[in-house]
Design a protein around this ligand. Structure first.
Ligand SMILES: [Zn+2]
Ligand SMILES: [Zn+2]
Length: 89
């Protein structure tokens, strides 16, 4: 009798921790993202990379084509430009 052989290989490397900050540089005290943005702190940069970098802004203005990455930015914009308050649920 033959026993089927498992051809499973151990995958090397495995998963990286939630956010990998590679190819970023610290230039003149600023953390530089490959997209061109730079931040004072590595935390802000990792936040940017997680929420913004390479993504479409998800908060859109109802009154003009403006888009924002953060709700607070859209709220500010809507108030400043349109004198309206963004309805939040
Ligand atoms: Zn970026
Ligand atoms: Zn607008």
């Amino acid at each position: 009798m033959r026993t089927p052989r498992s051809t499973c290989h151990d995958l090397k490397g495995g998963r990286k921790p939630s956010i990998s900050i590679h190819n970023v540089q610290l230039v003149g005290g600023r953390w530089l993202c490959p997209c061109g943005k730079n931040y004072k702190s590595k935390t802000s940069l990792s936040l940017h990379m997680r929420l913004e970098c390479g993504k479409e802004p998800q908060f859109k203005c109802d009154h003009c084509p403006y888009k924002a990455y953060q709700k607070i930015a859209l709220q500010k914009h809507t108030y400043c430009k349109h004198r309206r308050v963004v309805q939040t649920e």
